[in-house]
Unconditional design. Sequence first.
Length: 221
Amino acid sequence: MIGWFEFSAALVVFFLSHAIPVRPPVRPWLVSRLGQRGYLLAYSALSIAILVWLFVAAARAPFVAVIPAEAVLRWVPLVLMPLVSVLAVAGLRATNPLSFGGMGQGAFDPMRPGVLAVSRHPILLAAALWATAHLLVNGDLAHVILFGLMGGFALIGMRLIDRRKRQEMGHAWEAAAARTAVFNPRGLARVAVLDWVLGAGLFALLLLAHETVIGLSPLPV
């Protein structure tokens, strides 16, 4: 029971940490004191720390098998994670007034949306794909709950952010979002070459470090 209690507590803290700091009364207050970049860095550091705790808590929870450990499912992360890596890198490097995570400098050009042509929420899309890939290869109850909720949270977050940005930006949102999408695979052609290169490097790093950090090899053989 202690394992389930810690896992439940970590889940609650994780979702509160992603719900409260982005609320309209809270976010402007934090940005005014930390600055936009400081807010993003602090928010990212907090999120990573809580995420580490959440994974540790899931590993400590009692094992209850839900999804059979089929060998073919181990290929799913190897197929999805390169795309996840590219979306994450491009999303962080982009100037993105339509979502969070973009730390790029300069003004956003609606005529050249870059990775936003794939999704105006590239970080959330990457999170949803990452969660899906890892849910299928971690079929115990705690990890199914963990990755299922995180994937669902990312997808719901796209809609919630769209609604909030529409209210904040008014008619300017339509002009800024005209060449973007919630998810459009054809937009991958507009992702910068540098983002593909950096994404490939990130994927290679994750592949090499996975067994050392997580304790399990990501390779299916």
